[in-house]
Ligand binder design. Structure first.
Ligand SMILES: NC(=O)c1ccc[n+]([C@@H]2O[C@H](COP(=O)([O-])OP(=O)(O)OC[C@H]3O[C@@H](n4cnc5c(N)ncnc54)[C@H](OP(=O)(O)O)[C@@H]3O)[C@@H](O)[C@H]2O)c1
Length: 264
């Protein structure tokens, strides 16, 4: 059910982690479809692919420094966005990180887990707070989620996956989506989470598995933009998949059987 025509986003789209992977592809496609993009990344001066796009799209692309693990950097980025004419139409929390070398409990490192939560959860929520007043009524805030953040063991998955901090942080992102949707509802701001699928980027390099489908960023992003375009206040708080399906782990109306399952 992927719409081949990605939406034309009016106003500014703020994309985090815009220098590579899925974030770069979001930036590219939003620009291609007449959007204006504030592309945020840790080292804009070194973001070669963004400079190529800047030469092409000129004033429709602005590069801003953002390190999500630093509150000071988040405030600086928000100040830069506030200077842009017109409001923010889309805040896209794309940036994310894995923990390094997290295998068993012996290798669990609280500092690394703090870094992962800062980047994947706390930073994005802080940036949302800082940009709140700049987001237009009817604007949208989307978080990139992951199937690794499910609260149940997935069928067919081994009981122990190598990563710990990353899935826990994404599970917390899942929970943040409906909570934030409730908080921003009175302002007419739509919130959603979206799972990009299993996409070929630096994050997944070396993790290819024969039994899982690896999408190209262009296909995943085209699907996600269509989903975001269609999302409205009635569906605010939903966790989506890149192709428009609702995530299997999103339970808008919990059944009695599921409630029972939770209390067991
Ligand atoms: N690829 C997949 O199959 C997949 C599946 C499920 C979910 N996701 C999610 O999709 C999003 C994009 O993933 P991807 O595959 O494109 O990953 P990626 O290629 O590894 O890119 C990650 C991006 O996040 C940025 N980033 C990391 N830490 C940051 C920080 N502290 N502050 C600001 N930016 C930071 C990186 O910037 P630097 O270049 O400076 O490091 C980079 O731009 C992530 O949230 C990821 O969890 C991806």
């Amino acid at each position: 059910m992927v719409n081949p025509e990605p939406p034309i986003a009016p106003g500014w789209s703020v994309v985090t982690g815009a220098n590579r992977g899925i974030g770069l592809e979001f930036t590219r496609q939003l620009l291609m479809h007449s959007g204006s993009v504030a592309a945020c990344c840790r080292k804009p001066a070194e973001a070669e692919a963004l400079h190529v796009l800047k030469n092409q799209y000129k004033e429709r692309l602005v590069l801003l420094p953002l390190d999500l693990s630093s509150e000071e950097s988040i405030r600086g980025c928000a100040a830069g966005v506030a200077e842009l004419p017109g409001g923010v139409a889309l805040l896209l929390h794309n940036a994310g990180m894995f923990a390094r070398g997290e295998a068993g409990m012996e290798s669990f490192d609280p500092e690394e887990m703090r870094r992962v939560f800062a980047t994947n959860l706390i930073g994005p929520l802080t940036l949302t707070r800082e940009l709140h007043s700049a987001i237009s009524r009817g604007g949208k805030v989307f978080f990139l989620t992951s199937r690794t953040g499910v609260l149940r063991r997935l069928q067919g998955e081994p009981p122990e996956a190598g990563q710990f901090s990353y899935p826990c942080s994404k599970a917390a992102v899942h929970r943040s989506v409906p909570v934030l949707a409730g908080k921003l509802y009175p302002d007419g701001i739509v919130v959603g989470g979206i799972d990009p699928g299993w996409v070929r980027t630096d994050m997944t390099s070396g993790a290819e598995r024969g039994d899982r489908f690896l999408l190209e960023p262009a296909e995943s992003v085209a699907g996600m933009l269509t989903v975001m375009d269609r999302a409205d206040l009635r569906t605010s708080g939903t966790l989506w998949r890149w192709n428009g399906d609702v995530s299997r782990w999103y339970a808008p109306e919990e059944t009695a059987a599921e409630r029972q399952e939770v209390t067991e």
